[in-house]
Design a protein around this ligand. Structure first.
Ligand SMILES: [Fe+2]
Ligand SMILES: [Fe+2]
Length: 284
């Protein structure tokens, strides 16, 4: 089992990624489908990260007197706040490429947050079950971001064909996802240690993540008038094959680890990857 005493500080760094216009429209692997899958992440992360922040903050009364956990949560909130601001900058570039990112964002907001989240929080008030579920979905999604981050850092092929600024954004984000991966988990543990709750949250997280990333990819591909329709199957096959090669093994294995009764994110030994990646970068 990994040494849990070596938890890094989830430091809040000042970054400022700049994307120049005109930015190549099919910037990832020269593949429009793969690009729109990544673009869907630029659209989904900001609202998703705001959800993580309010899900953790909803239990401030429980962690506020635990000085160490409170400091870690403040850092988690600071990191996620910076992430969403940086990803959101790219929405403007997408507009300049004749895409309509807000069409997807509006759908995402109406269904996921104003729809499902709001319904669950309001209708399951007894024992704060709705808020606990939201927190456990957050913990499930943080497990996903940490898994994707590890693959992204280790498998150099993933970022090989990506503009440098974009690669820097995703790698910085990946490193911080690893740094803070255990923080919402530790809040959930303190709030309610139920295995069923944690696993239930992961079920919703799995559906939500893949459904909305797939929906974003489809919506953006449909909006993109620079794709030759006849080439779509070829791009799709290439995207799925590469995706499976890049993420398949690691994600499947680490996904199932989450279902162990005594699972804790520190058992996946990857803090050093974040440390190595951030070393030498001059983020303040
Ligand atoms: Fe993040
Ligand atoms: Fe995160």
């Amino acid at each position: 089992m990994a040494d849990t005493t070596k938890k890094p500080e989830a430091k809040i760094r000042k970054v400022n990624f700049k994307f120049e216009k005109p930015f190549p429209k099919h910037w990832y692997n020269d593949n429009p489908i793969a690009t729109h899958f990544m673009n869907a992440q630029h659209l989904a992360f900001p609202d998703g990260e705001k959800f993580f922040i309010r899900s953790v903050k909803a239990f401030a009364d429980i962690y506020k007197n635990d000085t160490e956990l409170k400091t870690r949560v403040d850092n988690f909130i600071g990191q996620e706040g910076t992430h969403y601001a940086e990803h959101q900058k790219f929405w403007d570039i997408m507009e300049s490429q004749d895409l309509k990112p807000m069409k997807f964002v509006d759908f995402f907001r109406a269904t996921a947050w104003n729809g499902l989240e709001s319904f669950v929080r309001k209708s399951l008030k007894k024992n704060r079950l709705g808020d606990k579920l939201a927190l456990s979905v957050t913990v499930g999604l943080e497990h996903y971001t940490a898994m994707l981050a590890e693959s992204g850092i280790l498998n150099k092929d993933i970022t090989k064909n990506m503009p440098e600024e974009m690669k820097d954004l995703f790698m910085w984000h990946a490193a911080e996802e690893i740094e803070h991966k255990a923080i919402p988990f530790d809040v959930l543990k303190k709030v309610d240690d139920s295995y069923a709750l944690r696993v239930g949250g992961m079920a919703v997280a799995t559906w939500g993540l893949w459904f909305y990333l797939a929906a974003g990819t489809v919506v953006l591909t449909h909006q993109d008038e620079d794709i030759k329709r006849k080439d779509i199957p070829k791009h799709l096959v290439s995207f799925l094959t590469n995706f499976n090669k890049s993420f398949g093994g690691t994600i499947t294995e680490q996904f199932w680890q989450y279902f162990k009764k005594d699972f804790h994110p520190d058992q996946i030994d990857n803090y050093h990857l974040a440390e190595e990646l951030l070393k030498g970068k001059n983020y303040a």
